[in-house]
Design a protein around this ligand. Structure first.
Ligand code: HEC
Ligand code: HEC
Length: 495
């Protein structure tokens, strides 16, 4: 799908021959669709791509846009047209817009427990009216602020891990000897890979990542590779809006895949714009309290967070070698645009474009991504602590008790907590850490009440900042703060 003009009208309501005509009365919410060819040719300014993505993210799609999917499920399988309702909260389509769930504290953010999704129920046919855990996994909405850098980290880590695997294979081949290699990228250990002389690969010691070594940083489960893949999924799942890149080839031979009377509901360029919008949202930062006692607690809590082992998984910072976000992702699975085959990637500098605050550029041109995650899956359950082992439906072949280390860079204003959003305080979330995090939780429990409170105070300071905030570390009024100077001052007066 390539067009030579910036906009294309696809919903069938507006123009003939490319000219825009004013319509009155009901019509589609998204009146214009963006052309991927125009994006790739550089004709569209970044701000216009971002603005179109913002519009699509907030659009309350209607029947003229192509909302609903009478002939297909949220997984894209055929169903008897009309056998499912147009909206059904438990099985989806379940919302009017992306922002209907992703809006706390601002658009693109997380959601209240009322915005939970019953993940995987969208693929059921017939639909279910039950929220029972036997049908779906109930999950709380995540914010995607900062996610452009998260996706780029995953790409760089995937390249590292696959290079280690490929090197082990060629070494085993050359030497005729079995070669076992640790899988380490950016200081995160993902177990081992073993290559045998005959070219067989043993991936039984791979940990916390799929055995194809493609790091999937999205979903609390770590089941999705890119913002684009998520967007193609979510548009269809939540709204019954099909992208041509995923659903262009209809089962019935027309481009109205879901048989709702609307063809080509979302263009390739629309999906690129929605992806860029999410990637370029305001990066989470830190709000330092004015009150000296609270400020002291934040600074001390940050140190204790590391000494009790929280930082072993909630890695304070991962270093990205590049500051560029490029779209599409080369590891995208089938059904999503990939680079090559006539597609020129679109890229922008994450430190120069996007909503403020942005990442800061490191001296070597990369970015220190302070997301407090290792992007690895862990098991937080043991015989005593079972809270996070509450799911029954297997997603993406991943064991039900494994979850990605939750990013904590927005934890101060992303309540409720836990993958289901059923915990109301940060302390409750910490006390639910067992299994691989058992020692760390025990170390937290062994702290004095005051020391524990300092960790909480530190975590509360990590927040999604107001869009437009000029700096990543600010005071309560949103004014930039020199944190290094404050920390040095406290170090001098430390007890
Ligand atoms: C009904 C509520 C709801 C709607 C509507 C919704 N989402 Fe989500 N979104 C969620 C939930 C819940 C999660 C967490 C899912 C999980 O962890 O399994 C999520 C996760 C995501 C993530 C992954 C974030 C991360 O850091 O892992 C992306 C990206 C995303 N949504 C994009 C979208 C887009 C784009 C739309 C609109 C096309 C959309 N969502 C519509 C509830 C919603
Ligand atoms: C072994 C790895 C590991 C260690 C160690 C660890 N965590 Fe976690 N943490 C996780 C994972 C995985 C999750 C996601 C749990 C879920 O929701 O399924 C998580 C979730 C959280 C959450 C919930 C955040 C939210 O927004 O829902 C908080 C808060 C948290 N961790 C704080 C801590 C603190 C404080 C420590 C140290 C006492 C710690 N963690 C140690 C892996 C770890």
């Amino acid at each position: 799908m390539r067009r030579n003009h910036l906009w294309s009208t696809m919903a069938g309501v507006l123009v003939a021959g490319g000219a825009m005509a004013a319509t009155i009365g009901d019509g589609p919410v998204v009146e214009q669709h963006m052309s991927q060819a125009a994006i790739e040719s550089g004709q569209i300014p970044f701000e216009q791509i971002f603005a179109h993505g913002k519009l699509l993210f907030a659009a309350k799609f209607n029947i003229f846009d192509g909302q609903s999917r009478p002939g297909t499920t949220g997984g894209g399988a055929a169903r008897v047209p009309g056998s499912a309702p147009r909206f059904i909260r438990t099985s989806a389509p379940d919302a009017n817009s992306c922002a209907g769930c992703h809006n706390d504290p601002v658009a693109g953010g997380g959601g209240d427990i009322v915005a939970n999704v019953f993940v995987l129920a969208q693929a059921l046919d017939p639909v279910t009216e039950s929220v029972s855990g036997q049908f779906s996994n109930e999950r709380n909405t995540l914010g995607m602020q900062g996610s452009g850098a998260i996706e780029m980290l995953a790409r760089e880590m995937t390249a590292d891990l696959q290079a280690i695997r490929d090197e082990a294979l060629s070494l085993a081949n050359e030497t005729g000897r079995t070669t076992r290699r640790p899988l380490v990228s950016k200081g995160v250990h993902f177990g081992f890979v073993t290559a045998h002389a005959g070219g067989q690969l043993d991936v039984s010691e791979v940990e916390g990542i799929n055995t194809d070594l493609i790091l999937r940083p999205f979903h609390q489960k770590g089941a999705v590779i890119s913002l684009r893949e998520f967007t193609n999924n979510a548009m269809n799942h939540h709204h019954g809006m099909q992208s041509t890149e995923r659903f262009g080839q209809s089962r019935t031979g027309s481009s109205d895949f879901d048989q709702d009377g609307v063809s080509d509901e979302l263009s390739v360029g629309d999906i690129t714009a929605t992806t860029i919008y999410q990637a370029a949202l305001n990066v989470p930062g830190q709000v330092l309290p004015d009150d000296p006692a609270a400020l002291r607690a934040v600074i001390r809590g940050e140190r204790t967070f590391e000494t009790v082992g929280c930082a072993d998984c909630h890695t304070p910072s991962l270093k990205l070698n590049t500051a560029e976000f490029s779209e599409p992702n080369p590891y995208n699975p089938a059904g999503n645009l990939t680079p090559g085959s006539g597609v020129t990637p679109y890229s922008y500098d994450m430190t120069a474009f996007g909503q403020l605050p942005r990442h800061e550029k490191a001296p070597d041109g990369g970015i220190h991504v302070r997301a407090y995650t290792d992007l690895k899956r862990h098991n937080l359950c043991d015989a005593e602590v079972q809270h996070f082992c509450n799911e029954q439906v297997v997603q993406g072949g991943i064991a039900t008790n494994m979850f990605l280390t939750r990013k904590l860079w927005d934890v101060g204003n992303s309540a409720p907590y836990g993958h289901k959003g059923d915990l109301t305080t940060i302390t409750e979330a910490i006390m639910a850490h067992g299994g691989e995090a058992r020692d760390s939780r025990l170390a937290f429990e062994a702290l004095s009440t005051n020391r524990q409170a300092e960790i909480i105070e530190f975590l509360k300071s990590l927040q999604i900042l107001e869009p437009g905030t000029p700096s990543l570390v600010v005071d309560k009024a949103g004014k930039p703060v020199d944190k290094a100077a404050l920390v040095a001052k406290f170090a001098r007066s430390a007890d």
